[in-house]
Design a protein around this ligand. Structure first.
Ligand code: NAD
Length: 419
């Protein structure tokens, strides 16, 4: 069955899983089971375009495992999305939920589409059809989607409405990352980026014994995660020297004006339209001289080809899967610290958990409470990973994976085999 998922992303996820399992005493049958997703759904979504033509899009929902609770994971709209990538991301969600000690299993979904090429009405029709197609396997107690690359609170609102209309009653807990007015959590939009910044602060304090003041940061990807990371790190005193979007990046060693750049991208404009900076490519951004490099866009951008040229001391994986296993080894040899994705970007998952709980209870929290709880949980996770990495003499990535996988494997063992 593994052949079904064959892709660079899935191969990378399996390589990381195998390495972590080698250091853990996981029973063979559990290991065998966790190598593959529990359920995979591929759907075909015909959508009427504004010009009357009908286009058919392929969508996916992969549930890696449901041992610890309902599945949780984002919905990605991206032209290069394939089943292997969705399966890899779903697997990584399982370890992230385990590491964060949340009552969820991992899932991921999405549609192979470039959302920038669709009008809003087309996006709504596509989202509603995709939701209708995956409806049998989602629900507040089954699988709770959330935003990821190319999707946003409005898309979550359409998903929630489609599900609610079919069920016959309003069901806010079926998705997270919704607008606040219809049951979203305060702070969810900022959560992933702010969580990344909290982890940077902890890493600087406990690994480098430094403060963020004056440190130079380059961020690849300036969407939900990239912008909120930039906001919080600037507040902490960092200088954002480079940012990029899919079309390319900009660089100014003296620092870039974050609010102005956010205004630009909020108006669906390209980052390179900002004139008071040098234009650079996405590849150049990765090898710029800086203190902290934050990939916050697509996967597998740090490879064996560019890893020897990275010019930073710390890589913080805001994106999912931005570093290949070969690149990881090179960075470790070069003494560049990597904060792995399942730790660095867990803020979105944690506040999604808060949103799900609020939706089920119909009792809503203040923003202060959300951020205080988020910070507390991110700090606890960071300390746990750092301790494990020191105790076992492994990288932070290996420590995070070992903790996440162990949680899921032990739960599986306790629940035993059905029937
Ligand atoms: P987004 O769609 O809001 O923004 C993505 C950004 O990346 C945009 O600036 C886009 O132009 C850019 N981009 C797209 N393709 C690119 C490419 N090939 N090269 C360079 N830049 C490219 O997405 P997001 O929600 O900010 O997610 C970014 C990353 O963070 C993804 O890897 C996602 O899985 C991960 N993540 C997101 C969340 C969340 O809560 N949104 C949570 C955890 C992890």
């Amino acid at each position: 069955m593994q052949e079904l998922f064959k892709s660079p992303a899935f191969d990378n996820a399996i390589a990381q899983f195998e390495r972590a399992c080698d250091k853990l005493a996981v029973e063979d049958w559990i290991k065998e089971r966790l190598r593959l997703p529990q359920r995979t759904l591929i759907v075909s979504c015909p959508v009427r375009m504004d010009n009357g033509e009908i286009r058919v899009f392929t969508g996916y929902r992969v549930q890696h495992n449901l041992t610890l609770g309902p599945c949780k994971g984002g919905v990605r709209y991206h032209p290069d999305l394939d089943m292997g990538e969705v399966a890899a991301l779903a697997m990584s969600m399982s370890w992230k939920c385990g590491l964060a000690e949340l009552p969820f299993g991992g899932a991921k979904g999405g549609v192979s589409v470039n959302p920038m090429e669709l009008s809003l009405p087309e996006l709504e029709r596509l989202t509603r059809r995709y939701t209708a197609e995956i409806l049998p396997i989602i629900g507040p107690n089954k699988d709770i989607p959330a935003p990821d690359m190319g999707t946003n609170p409005q898309i979550m609102a359409w998903m929630m409405d489609t599900y609610s209309m079919t069920e016959g009653y309003t069901t806010p807990a079926v998705v997270t990352g919704k607008p606040v007015l219809i049951g979203g959590s305060l702070g969810r939009e900022e959560a992933t980026g702010f969580g990344v910044a909290y982890v940077v602060e902890d890493a600087l304090k406990h690994i480098f014994e430094k403060s963020p003041e004056g440190l130079r940061v380059a961020i690849q990807g300036f969407g939900n995660v990239g912008t909120h990371t930039a906001i919080k790190l600037s507040e902490m005193g960092c200088i954002i020297v480079a940012v990029s979007d899919v079309y390319g990046g900009i660089y100014n060693p003296k620092g870039l004006p974050v609010p102005q750049l956010i205004e630009l991208v909020q108006n669906r404009r390209r980052i390179q339209e900002f004139k008071e900076a040098e234009k650079i490519t996405n590849e150049e951004l990765l090898t710029l001289e800086c203190d902290i490099l934050i990939p916050a866009a697509v996967g597998r951008v740090i490879t064996k080809e560019n890893a020897p040229k990275l010019n930073c001391r710390l890589v913080v994986e805001a994106a999912n899967g931005p570093t290949t296993t070969e690149a990881d080894d090179i960075l470790e040899e070069r003494g560049i610290t990597v904060i792995p994705d399942i730790l660095a970007n867990a803020g979105g998952l944690i506040v999604s958990y808060f949103e799900w709980v609020q939706g089920l209870q119909e009792y809503y929290w203040s923003k202060e409470m959300v951020f205080a709880e988020l910070k507390k949980r991110m700090q606890l996770m960071f300390q746990k990973v750092l301790k494990c990495s020191k105790d076992k003499a492994v990288s932070l990535r290996m420590a995070a994976l070992m903790l996440g996988i162990k949680q899921v494997a032990e739960a599986k063992k306790l629940r035993g085999l059905y029937p």
